[in-house]
Design a protein. Sequence first.
Lengths: 648, 148
Amino acid sequence: MNEKERVGLFLCECSKNISGTVDVHKIKDELEKLPDAATVEITNLYCSPEGKSEIADSIKKNDLTKVIIGACSVKQHEKTFMEVLEKAGINPYFLQLVNIREHVAWVTDDKEKATAKALSLMKAAYNRVHYHEAFEKKEIDAVADVLVVGGGLAGCDAALNLASEERKVYLVETNPSLGGQATKYENSFPSLECCSCMILPKLQEVVENPNIELLNYSDVEEVVGFFGNFRATVNKKAKYVVPDKCIGCNECLEPCPVEVPNEHDDFLGNRKAIHFQVIGATPYIPVIDKENCLRFKDQDCTKCRDACMFDAINYDDQDEKTEQSVGAIVLATGFESFDPTLIPSLNFSPGTEVYTALQFERLISNTGPTGGKLVKRDGTPPKSLVLVHCVGSRDKRYNNYCSNVCCSVLLKMSTQILEEKMAEGIQITHVYRDMTIGSTGMEEMYDKLNDEGVRFIKVPNTNDIAIHADDGKAHVTLPKETLPADMVVLATAMVPNKKAEKFIEMLMLDRDKDGFIMPNHNKIDALATPIEGVFVIGSASFPKDITNSIIDGSAAAGNISSKLQPGEKLLVETLISTIDEEKCSGCKTCISICPYKAIGYDSEKGISVINEILCRGCGTCVVACPSNAITARHFEDNTILAELGGLL
Amino acid sequence: MTETGFEPKIVAFVCNWCSYGGADIAGSMKLNYTPNVKLIRVMCSGRVDPEFIMEAFQGGADGVMVLGCHPGDCHYIEGNYKTLKRYNMLKPLLDQFNIEQDRLYLDWVSASEGEKFARVMEEMNDRITQLGPLNWDNVIDTRQGGEV
């Protein structure tokens, strides 16, 4: 508590809004009796230019140390009046704005009680300001470069929008090529526009952008630091193919004697140990997969090197670790497909005519294992196809949410098969619960399929149906009928990518109830996370289609660009909590309770330490501290108790 | 004003983001409610130390309210859950001090719930009016330790 304060008390009439109910003159008389009241003034409107000048003049004339304004809500004019104090030469935190309008004058007709209530609020503020301390704005140096994790369409869009001469972007992709799940699609809904034609130019832009450092076939191993000052360690896996020499001629693939299931085709076909992610991938340079290559199993195979006309194969390539300093991190880790074997009645097993939607997409894609020919495993075209919606979605037993995209994808597949006449005379049947197709053009597509004879059978829950598949044929048992089917497609739920787990742990993020990375707020702050400077975009936070994933990328880039400007310092929150080193016992209670992971442990001193860049000043740690070692600035125990004393 | 002339003294700790805003909206809607409740703004309901509540009773409050954001809506992610835990621990302890549990009240009021804000003010006022003044003779002085 400061001795000998000179407190200025200002009562706003707000025309009749306050003075119509609250007798400000009576309050003035009472306040003038307070020992440290240097001046008590009344005016019609303190927020007007004249009103603000009156306060500023009074601060100077009366040499005020603290200012109390009885007026309106802090939401409306706290900033206004803090600026007045600052311009008049005193610390803006020496202000207390008392709401005698919304909280008093507007909510009671009883003038006597309203006046008494306003007076006690003013007295509480008078008590309170004696404990107000000066706080200065603090700025820190920050790096404007950004790390984008995930080279799908969301991540690529973010990278393209962020990269500039002043801002470098490090784009890390675990796979050899960019584009993510979208590269598996032949075409997109609703227009059946060719996916490759749409996305490859964008991916090529990423590769050619001099301000994007593409770290493909690489993994982020560690991230430390905080907003403006992160450090990321990235492991660039050995590719065994020299990018500058390889021209993507494919000659090395054929001679490779190894065949393994192709994860990029969702294990539908096989690939070689030296392989491209997909034909036409960006960048279009193969990698040798060390797990399966014979050379790394002590065999002296050199077939790919022998076939290479450009001397691009280098068996001595090594993993390489690099370290990057970045100011912000964008997580675009995407989704993976729900495992349908978790629903026993579907009897999903590889080798049958039952496919996941992603596998089926590869089957009808020109770059897929059959070159885009829709054929069963025996090579003959199917006469009947059953598409099952909501597999593992919208069901508490598996995933309670709707995956947003699957209905549209299945309708798109049906349209593609019929329009491109992929199987003459085929009967297509959809088994669904509800048709959730919100995006533009999809209702028309649904109507057209109905007109063209596609059957739509509504069942109570698609996860309760039974599928039996053997001898190249399948049967789908519904509550009221059994459908024979040459092929069955399961629209498996989009589930959180397991590779995102590592980032949730490293960056101390939270998962939402469905396991996705939780944003700061679902509606008004859906791209930022509780960890300042870390953003989540695309399907990493919830299943999204291509359109919304790309919108996320652009929006996050805009958000970062405005917060983290090259060459500028970062303004940090002033009203944070602080720890008294002498009092802290190092029990770490505060560390576990902080929602922003802003508190760390200094093992040398044996105490907790608040990172002033991450702390947002909520004050919940202050209450939890058993040693009373933590103080919330501007909301210190003494300050609040002084205010309380004034009210009672 | 009641027949006995008892006007309760009630203090409400409100969070900056939701409940303070709820009080603002109640004002903008010109809803009429009791002037007996006075607000203290804190950034988060999670800042409300059980000690503040005991100090309020000690200092003469007949009732204390803590108002925060709805579960899931906390501006600081989960401060209100901390509040709920602390409230659930403190409330039964009030019996030990001969303070009726109904004198402490926790609720969630969003920045749009002007109606709810006015309603909980009225309901609290009614509850405390029913209970009457806090019976000081039976209350143990928390600061002095008191006689048990």
